[in-house]
Design a protein around this ligand. Structure first.
Ligand code: GDP
Length: 304
């Protein structure tokens, strides 16, 4: 809760402050009020459709509850945001899927710069702290410096990194990492992959090849394919996500840099437009700044 509090400061400033301003001028809940609310929601990047849907549902709910006071209306808004988020994904869960036995394999995909390597490092640290045996695979053999960057995170987290040479076949690196994880009875294998969308077909072929190599060695694996998105890119993150989803199956989203954006509402847009659960959120650059996504804590963090 504390992390959310700090990480959502910027979103709270725009979104929250605008809502507060809305309530400061609050006299009655009339059409003007809902128009302003809609604009505030769009400004927070929840997406146009979502904003309209939200204010429509709020209008009904306010009527239903006969909410008149500022506080009643504000409470209704918060509850509705949480409800809508949860309803959009009622059949999915936010938790990382672990293998019932043997190594759990988690693949991280996404374009360069979104925070993939950082997320792998943070999660490695978290699992290590929980007493799990963790290994990392440096399957981004394309971007200069990516292997070294992952090795730095491996050292920080105190976990081994399986790597090959720069420009070598990423699937071969993953194969070695899977062998190591099986041999050493590791609990979790985190795979950092390359992300260059300019070679979309190549990239997707590469991802499919990596998945095949993993599945051949460990049935049911990968247990998660997490698409990492940079929340500061706003609606662009949504476009990227749609492109990835078209070509590779994604089981969850990691939304990074929420601390660096005033548009935390993108979480709601992603949920409603992609139908993929946000499983983790990045709330800073430090090793501890990764949290499981919690719709309640998130919405309350926006309004606090
Ligand atoms: P990759 O190319 O996808 O592997 O991206 P990196 O992991 O190298 O991250 C790119 C930049 O984003 C780095 O400067 C990270 O420190 C930064 N970054 C990653 N996650 C977060 C986050 O949650 N918050 C903030 N503020 N910065 C982040």
């Amino acid at each position: 809760e504390e992390k959310y509090d700090k990480g959502l400061e910027k979103s709270r400033k725009t979104f929250g402050d605008r809502l507060n301003a809305l309530f400061a001028n609050f006299r009655t809940v009339d059409e003007d009020f809902f128009d302003d609310l809609e604009e505030t929601l769009i400004g927070a990047d929840v997406g146009y459709e979502m904003a309209v849907k939200l204010s429509d549902e709020l209008r009904d709910e306010v009527k239903l509850r006969n909410a008149k006071s500022q506080q009643e209306v504000a409470q209704t808004i918060v509850e509705k945001l949480v409800n809508i988020y949860e309803a959009e994904g009622a059949d999915e869960n936010n938790e990382i899927n672990f293998a019932p036995e043997g190594p759990t394999v988690i693949l991280f995909v996404g374009v360069n710069g979104v925070g993939k390597t950082t997320t792998v490092g943070k999660l490695a640290h978290q699992y290590k702290e929980e007493g799990k045996k963790v290994v990392l695979a440096a399957a981004d053999t394309f971007r200069a410096g990516a292997i070294e960057q992952l090795q730095v995170w491996g050292e920080r987290a105190g976990v081994p990194v399986v790597a090959g040479k720069a420009q070598s076949d990423p699937a071969a690196v993953v194969y070695d990492a899977v062998q190591k994880a099986k041999r050493d009875h590791d609990d979790v294998l985190l795979v950092d992959t390359a992300g260059r969308l300019q070679n979309k077909v190549n990239l997707m072929n590469e991802l499919e090849k990596i998945k095949r190599v993993i599945a051949r060695e460990i049935p049911d694996a990968p247990h998660e394919v997490l698409l990492v998105l940079d929340s500061t890119t706003g609606q662009n993150a949504l476009i990227q996500a749609k492109q990835f989803k078209e070509t590779t199956a994604v089981s969850g989203i990691v939304l990074t840099k929420l601390d660096g954006t005033a548009k935390g509402g993108i979480v709601l847009a992603i949920r409603s437009e992609l139908k993929v659960p946000v499983k983790l959120v990045g709330l800073g650059e430090q090793i501890n700044d990764l949290q499981p996504f919690d719709a309640n804590a998130f919405v309350y963090g926006l309004f606090k």
